[in-house]
Design a protein around this ligand. Structure first.
Ligand SMILES: Cc1ncc(COP(=O)(O)O)c(C=O)c1O
Length: 440
């Protein structure tokens, strides 16, 4: 039988001295993206400009023309230790030469080591980990574990929360534009205003299994709850026999100035979800972590929840190296210091341009910069791109730009970002810059 083979276009992304080579990469990437990923790529600024991701290192990403971008987006929170940290890269390279994916039969020492490491760095008696491949899966597993452990089905979440897009995680996600097209979702999810502990208490009933929260809402627009909120929710959930799931997929691994954001309030959740930066910006990995009392329910059927690729040695070795780097380089504390500096510099800009900027909020290096209008937000974001700085909007708050650079960012690099933004806003004010009308 002759199998008809489609024309195979080879992609040679190696460096070359010919400018045509780079143009070819850009045009191939754009047409393949439009034809095989999503037709919406035709609106994408970087594609239209021919800017294609080409290499990355530290706090910078470079495109196919060699243009350097200061990464103040951090891949939506995956590059906490920077792009291609040598220690993480070397760990994965060494792992490639030993075992890549596990047999699924013998003991997996890399997953076991990582689970022990997580039990040491997470607060309280969180001791057991399940490894998966994304934040969505971590949340999905946490919801299942909460239901299994309590025998109850209802979950209280918050408006504008973002917990992922599988049917369970989406049920917890709190924005209609993501949810509506896929309804009916799971039964028993309610969404209360974020930061309102009384609303959570009122929503609890005899069927409530858990409350799920981000300690700081990321995609909701970098919303920092009032001080004491998390502690209050912990107290209420304990008193009412309801589990507390904290989704630290974005806030974890040093992002907010502590290893985990719940540590700011001395709160220990019953289940903790991690992903994104856990893989050291090199490998995808997610995890949900819980206490021995809760994990106990998995004993009768340990494979009741499972994942073939979850806990694979390549991902685990990257995560182990990532944790080592976070500790050795003291990055959570660094995030607190640099975050304060960044926030106060942005506040100075807000005072200078009250016409354009309406709020600066955040903790550590998880920062939201709110514009007066969506058009301003998108226009300034794209102008920053042109001028070599990456930022992005938050998915559930369209006037807000997220700033979440690698935690290794330096003061001069922060100054560069502030100068660039200042330049844009001052050009706007002087009428010498017209912002592009781009889609939100
Ligand atoms: C708090 C939070 N939870 C879950 C997710 C979903 O993670 P992933 O995109 O890895 O599935 C995200 C992604 O942005 C997130 O910010």
């Amino acid at each position: 039988m002759v199998i008809e083979q489609k024309h195979l276009e080879s992609v040679n992304l190696k460096r070359s001295s010919s400018p045509e080579h780079y143009e070819q990469i850009a045009s191939q990437a754009l047409s393949n993206s439009i034809n095989h990923l999503n037709t919406a790529y035709r609106h994408k600024l970087c594609g239209a400009e021919g800017a294609v991701e080409f290499r990355d290192e530290g706090v910078y990403t470079y495109d196919n023309h060699g243009k350097r971008y200061l990464d103040c987006l951090g891949g939506y929170g995956i590059f906490n230790v920077g792009h291609r940290h040598p220690k993480v890269i070397n760990a994965v390279k060494a792992q490639l030469d030993q075992v890549c994916l596990h047999s699924q039969d013998l003991l997996n020492p890399w997953a076991a080591h990582l689970a022990k490491q997580l039990s040491e760095i997470t607060p309280g008696n969180l001791q057991y980990s399940f490894f998966c491949n994304s934040g969505t899966e971590a949340v999905e597993g946490a919801i299942k574990l909460a239901r299994l452990a309590t025998g109850k089905t209802e979950i209280i979440s918050t408006k504008n929360a973002y917990h992922g897009v599988s049917m369970g995680a989406l049920s917890a996600t709190g924005r209609d534009c993501f949810r509506k097209p896929f309804e009916p979702l799971l039964n028993g999810f309610v969404h209360v205003p974020f930061g309102d502990a009384d609303a959570i208490e009122k929503a609890i009933n005899e069927n409530t299994a858990a409350v799920i929260l981000e300690p700081i809402q990321g995609e909701g627009g970098i919303n920092v709850p009032p001080p004491g909120f998390l502690r209050k929710v912990r107290k209420i959930t304990k008193e009412r026999g309801v589990l507390l799931i904290l989704d630290e997929v974005q806030t974890g691994m040093g992002r907010t100035g502590r290893m985990f954001a719940c540590e700011h309030e001395g709160v220990v959740p019953d289940i903790l979800c991690l992903a994104k930066a856990l893989g050291g910006g090199v490998m995808p990995i997610g995890a949900f972590i819980s206490t021995p009392e809760i994990w106990h329910v998995l004993e009768p059927n340990p494979s009741i929840h499972n994942s073939t690729f979850g806990g694979n040695p390549l991902a685990c070795s990257a995560a182990t190296a990532c944790i080592d780097v976070l500790m050795e380089e003291n990055l959570p504390a660094r995030s607190a210091v640099m975050g304060n500096y960044f926030i106060s510099s942005l506040k100075d800009l807000m005072a200078k341009y009250p016409k354009y900027l309406s709020d600066v909020r955040g903790r550590g290096l998880l920062i939201g910069l709110e514009f007066k209008t969506i058009e301003l937000r998108t226009g300034v974001q794209h102008e920053l791109f042109h001028r070599g700085v990456l930022v992005a909007g938050t998915m559930n708050a369209n006037r807000t730009v997220r700033i979440e650079p690698p935690l290794i960012i330096t003061r001069p690099q922060i100054d560069l970002m502030i100068r660039t933004l200042d330049g844009i806003l001052s050009d706007l004010q002087d009428g010498v810059l017209e912002l592009e009308d781009v889609e939100a």
